[in-house]
Write a protein that binds this ligand. Structure first.
Ligand code: ADP
Ligand code: MG
Length: 700
C-alpha cells in the first residue's frame, strides 16, 4: 500500500482545513485514499449545450452558455435567496442561491459569458437552476479535458459551501498529480490476464478522467469486479470459518420416525426439488457443524413438508424441534396440518401462541423442559425466555421476511450448543444475490412446483368494471369455488383502510346476500379467537367469500379457493401481491387473480401490475421487485457490506457478481488459506480488508 495514501485530506493542495472538514463530515473522506475511492455517480456529455428555449420540464442536467444580466435579493427570513437573471440568445431564466450569497455576489461578473451546469426546475412560469455549477466561458474552454465529465456524489451543504462538482474534479486532479497516478495492484496477475482486466492505476485514472467510452467501461468493469470479488471472498471465508468453528449436534441417523412417515404417511410423492433439498438438509444435519440454511421456494412449492420431515430426523436422534411462524393463523394451520400428518406416529406436538392460556402454557413449559414434548409450533411466543427446551435440535422459521435477524439469533441461544436452523422464505431472490447478501447462510432452493398445478390467470381491472367482476365471482361460487377479497392494510393509515374494508364488506354483503351466500371477514383489529373462528369457517367451506386484510397473506392453505380479488392493488408491493396470489391455485381447478385499481397509477404501480399479469414465476417477480425497490429491505441486509457498495450494483451488475463469486470460490477451493505465492496479492489485500468495514477504505 502506498503509505502516502493515508495522508489526511487536509494536506492536499487546494483543500485546506475548511474544505477538509466538509469533506469529512459530508462524504466521509478523511484520507487521500478515501478521496480516490469517491467514484463518480455518472458521467455527462459536456460537449452538449442547451439553449434556454430548448429546456424541458424534466429536471435533467443541462449545460448552457449565457450571461448574468442582473442580480437581486428576494424573499424574507428563511426564504431569503439570491436570484440572478441569466440570458442567452433564445431567452431568460433564473439562477438561485439559498446560501453563500455574499461569496457569490462578490465573485460573479455581470455581462460576461459563463457556462452554467445543473438541474433546472420549472417554477412560476420560468426555469431556474439552483446552485449552478458555473465557470467563465474562457476558463472553461481552457480546462476542458474530457468530453465525459464525471459527476461526483455531493450534498446540498457541499454545493452551497462552494464545493461544486467542478471543484471536486480539481481536487481529484490534484490528487492524481501528487500521487503521480500510481497505485498498487490489488488483484493477482493470473486474474488480470484471464479476465482481461486493466491495471489498478489505469482503472482509477479512467474512472476519474475517462479517456474515452471504451476505457471508461473497462475501468468500471475492473473496479466493480474487484469490489464484488473481495466481498465474495470475505463471505465465503466467513462461511468456512463458521462451519469449522460452530459445532452442531450430529444427527447420525435417519430412523423410525422418518422412515415410517416416508413409507406410510406421506400423502404424495416428493418432487425432485424437494428430494434434493431434503438431501442437502440431511447432509448438514450429520456434518458435525451447525446448520444455518435458507430454504427458498415460491409460494406453494411445498416447503412445509420438507420442514416437517427434517423435524423427524431431529426426533429420530433424540432431539426436540420447533417451528415458528409469523402469525397466529399460520401457526394454527401448521399445527393442525402436523397433527394430521403425524397422526399415529406417537409424537407429542403442542401449539404456543399469544392466546395460549396460562395453564396450558405452564404445562407446555414443563413438558418442554422434561422432554415429554417433541415438537412445539408457535408464533414469537416461542422466543420468550420462559420457553426452555430439554434439547432443542432443530429450529425452523417460516416466512423469514417477517422476522428480524435478532430473532433468529435468539433461537440460537435456547441451548448451549446452538440448534440447527432452517429458515424458509417464499420471497425468493436470485441465487447469487441471496448468497452474497446472506453470506452466513447456505441456500437451498425448491425450484419446481408439485405436479398438476395450474397457471393462475391474472388480470388487471379498473374499479369501473366491478359489476363484471361480481358476476364472475357469482359464477365461480356457483361452481362450488371459494373467493378471497383482500383489502390493503398499511400501518400509517390504518383507520382509513379499516373504513375501506368495512365499506367494501358492506357492498359485498349487499351484492352477495344471505342465505345464498355466506361471508367471512378477517382483519387485524379482531381478537385472535374471532379471527380464527372466521378463518375456520372459510377453511371448512361454510363461507364462500373471505373478505380480509393482508393478514391472510402468508401461508394460508384453502385448496378450494380459486379466486383472489385484490382491492387497491396499486398499494401493494410486488412480493406481497405474489404472496396473495399464491393463496389460490392450490387445488385442481383453474384459479384466477384479479387486480382491482383506480385509474390514476404511478409508473411503478403500472410495472408491478403488468409484471403480475405477465408472470407467475416468483423469481422473475423478485427480480423486478429488486429493480424497483433496490435491495434495501431484504432480510438481515443491514449488516451486509453488499448494500454499501461504492461502484458496483448487486442488481445491475449481476453478471459481474456471478463471475466474482465463481472466481472467489474456485480460488478458495484450490488454496483455502491463500498461501500460495501467486495469491500473495490476495492474501495481503484480504488481510487489510479484514481491518476495515468498508473494503474501499483499504484497497489501492
Ligand atoms: P409453501 O412452500 O408455500 O409453504 P406448502 O408447503 O404449503 O407450500 O405446500 C402447498 C401445497 O402443496 C400443500 O397443500 C401441500 O400439501 C402440497 N404439496 C407439497 N408438496 C407436494 C407434492 N410433492 N405433491 C403434491 N402436493 C404437494
Ligand atoms: Mg408456507
Amino acid at each position: 500500500m502506498n503509505t502516502n495514501l493515508q495522508t489526511p485530506i487536509d494536506y492536499l493542495k487546494g483543500v485546506g482545513p475548511n474544505r477538509a472538514d466538509l469533506l469529512r463530515s459530508e462524504l466521509g473522506i478523511h484520507t487521500y485514499q478515501d478521496l480516490i475511492n469517491l467514484f463518480p455517480n455518472r458521467y455527462i456529455d459536456r460537449t452538449q449545450y442547451y439553449k434556454i428555449n430548448q429546456l424541458q420540464r424534466n429536471n435533467a442536467d443541462v449545460q448552457i452558455i449565457g450571461q448574468i444580466i442582473n442580480l437581486k435579493d428576494a424573499g424574507e427570513g428563511r426564504g431569503k435567496r439570491l436570484v440572478a437573471t441569466f440570458k442567452d440568445d433564445t431567452g431568460v431564466m433564473e439562477l438561485v442561491w439559498f446560501r453563500g450569497h455574499k461569496w457569490i455576489r462578490e465573485s460573479i461578473k455581470l455581462n460576461k459569458p459563463y457556462v452554467i451546469f445543473g438541474k433546472t426546475n420549472w417554477f412560476n412560469g420560468v426555469f431556474n437552476m439552483p446552485h449552478p455549477d458555473m465557470e467563465l466561458l474562457e476558463k472553461h474552454e481552457k480546462n476542458l479535458r474530457s468530453a465525459m465529465q464525471p459527476i461526483y456524489p455531493s450534498t446540498e451543504k457541499l454545493s452551497s459551501k462552494g464545493i461544486t462538482n467542478r471543484v471536486m474534479s480539481k481536487i481529484m486532479q490534484q490528487l492524481f498529480l501528487e500521487t503521480k497516478g500510481r497505485f498498487e495492484e490489488t488483484l493477482p496477475d493470473y486474474l488480470l490476464s484471464e479476465l482481461k482486466l486493466i491495471s489498478k492505476s489505469k482503472a482509477l485514472l479512467n474512472v476519474h478522467f475517462p479517456e474515452n467510452q471504451e476505457l471508461l467501461a473497462k475501468a468500471q468493469f475492473r473496479l466493480k469486479f474487484e469490489e464484488l470479488f473481495y466481498i465474495q471472498l470475505q463471505l465465503i471465508i466467513k462461511n468456512l470459518i463458521h462451519k469449522s468453528k460452530i459445532k452442531g449436534f450430529n444427527f447420525e441417523k435417519v430412523g423410525e420416525y422418518f422412515n415410517t412417515f416416508f413409507n406410510e404417511h406421506l400423502p404424495f410423492d416428493l418432487t425432485n426439488a424437494q428430494k434434493r433439498v431434503l438431501k442437502e438438509i440431511r447432509s448438514d444435519l450429520g456434518s458435525n457443524a451447525q446448520m444455518n440454511r435458507l430454504l427458498q421456494g415460491d409460494v406453494g412449492s411445498g416447503k412445509t413438508i420438507v420442514a416437517l420431515m427434517s423435524m423427524l430426523i431431529a426426533l429420530d436422534n433424540g432431539f426436540q424441534a420447533c417451528l415458528m411462524a409469523p402469525t397466529e393463523i399460520l401457526s394454527v394451520q401448521h399445527y393442525n396440518g402436523l397433527l394430521e400428518l403425524f397422526n399415529g406416529l406417537n409424537i407429542s406436538i403442542k401449539l404456543l401462541t399469544g392466546s395460549t392460556n396460562t395453564s396450558d402454557r405452564r404445562e407446555i413449559h414443563e413438558n418442554l423442559k422434561n422432554g415429554k414434548l417433541n415438537i412445539l409450533i408457535g408464533t414469537h411466543a416461542l422466543l420468550e425466555d420462559s420457553v426452555e427446551f430439554q434439547n432443542l435440535g432443530l429450529a425452523i422459521i417460516d416466512e423469514q421476511h417477517r422476522f428480524g435477524v435478532a430473532q433468529r439469533s435468539k433461537l440460537w441461544h435456547k441451548n448451549e450448543t446452538p440448534p440447527h436452523i432452517l429458515i424458509m422464505t417464499a420471497t425468493p431472490i436470485p441465487r447469487t444475490l441471496a448468497m452474497s447478501v446472506y453470506g452466513d447462510l447456505d441456500i437451498s432452493i425448491i425450484d419446481e412446483l408439485p405436479p398438476g398445478r395450474k397457471h393462475i390467470k391474472t388480470v388487471h381491472r379498473f374499479d369501473k368494471s366491478r359489476l363484471k367482476v361480481f358476476k364472475f365471482i357469482k359464477d365461480e361460487i356457483a361452481k362450488g369455488r371459494q373467493v378471497y377479497i383482500v383489502y390493503p392494510l398499511i400501518q400509517e393509515s390504518e383507520k382509513m383502510d379499516y373504513k375501506d374494508l368495512m365499506d367494501g364488506y358492506e357492498s359485498i354483503s349487499r351484492e352477495f346476500p344471505m342465505p345464498d351466500y355466506q361471508i367471512s371477514i378477517v382483519h387485524g383489529q379482531m381478537k385472535a379467537a374471532d379471527k380464527d373462528y372466521e378463518m375456520q369457517r372459510f377453511v371448512k367451506g361454510e363461507t364462500q367469500i373471505m373478505v380480509a386484510t393482508t393478514v391472510i397473506e402468508v401461508g394460508v392453505n384453502v385448496p378450494n379457493a380459486s379466486v383472489m380479488i385484490i382491492e387497491s392493488a396499486e398499494r401493494f408491493g410486488l412480493s406481497q401481491l405474489h404472496q396473495l396470489r399464491g393463496r389460490v391455485g392450490r387445488g385442481a381447478e383453474q384459479s384466477y387473480c384479479i387486480l382491482m385499481t383506480g385509474h390514476k397509477l404511478s409508473e411503478d404501480s403500472k410495472t408491478r401490475l403488468q409484471t403480475m399479469v405477465n408472470t407467475n414465476d416468483g423469481f422473475e417477480i423478485a427480480e423486478v421487485d429488486l429493480r424497483l425497490r433496490g435491495p434495501g429491505d431484504l432480510m438481515g441486509t443491514q449488516q451486509s457490506g453488499v448494500l454499501n457498495l461504492k461502484i458496483a450494483d448487486v442488481i445491475k451488475d449481476k453478471n459481474i457478481l456471478n463471475h466474482a463469486r465463481y472466481y472467489a470460490q474456485t480460488i478458495l477451493k484450490k488454496d483455502p488459506s491463500l498461501s500460495s505465492p501467486e495469491n500473495k496479492v490476495l492474501r495481503h489485500t484480504y488481510a487489510q480488508l479484514s481491518k476495515y468495514k468498508n473494503i474501499w477504505n483499504y484497497i489501492s
